[in-house]
Ligand binder design. Sequence first.
Ligand SMILES: N[C@@H](CCC(=O)N[C@@H](CS)C(=O)NCC(=O)O)C(=O)O
Length: 204
Amino acid sequence: MKKILIHSFAHFDRSGRVRWLLEEMNIPYEDKFWDNKSRAHKTPEFLAINPMGAMPVAELDGQVVTESTGIVLALCDRFSEMGFAPALDSPDRALYFQWHSFAATTMEMAFAGYFATRGAPAEQRAAELEKVKKEKAPEIVAMLEKRLKDHEFIVGNSFTSADILVASSLPYGEKILLEQSPILQGYWKRMSERPAAKRAKLFG
Ligand SMILES: N[C@@H](CCC(=O)N[C@@H](CS)C(=O)NCC(=O)O)C(=O)O
């Protein structure tokens, strides 16, 4: 495979998921940073790459792939021998898909209203966050705790890209999920202290 190119704003956006996986895999990649302050992602140059005007984008062997989850899954497939996804015939495979989807849909959607208040007055943001805390967070925390109270990883007995998806979504909304759960805090510490996560600078 040619050198992988990752388009992103910086280390702290969803591109960190892709970088974290590549660091775990020890695969070299190149970063191309776009300036979100000057809205470089809405210029014709970037829209020609991704008409959604959103990061991250990966170039894999000349193919442009968007969506952080899609890129992560594509890399797990491409380098399947590295075991960052359970094998096709593994009993863990179904739960691997479940947790990928849980992070990319359920967790993302819970915070969508809050994300949409970016730039709004502080009181409006706080009210939106309070709503998430009361209405959505308890069931998400319960779901994650059910698994993580007695397991090191979100699926199976080893680290997979589902851990990347779930762990990278945990700090959403000023860390309100983590605040509510020592179990999630323990998982978060285990994941964020992995050397590859640190090299990816996902968590600052
Ligand atoms: N579902 C997409 C979300 C992409 C997304 O919204 N990216 C943010 C940065 S993390 C972005 O580019 N926002 C700028 C915009 O949409 O204007 C993914 O997971 O890659």
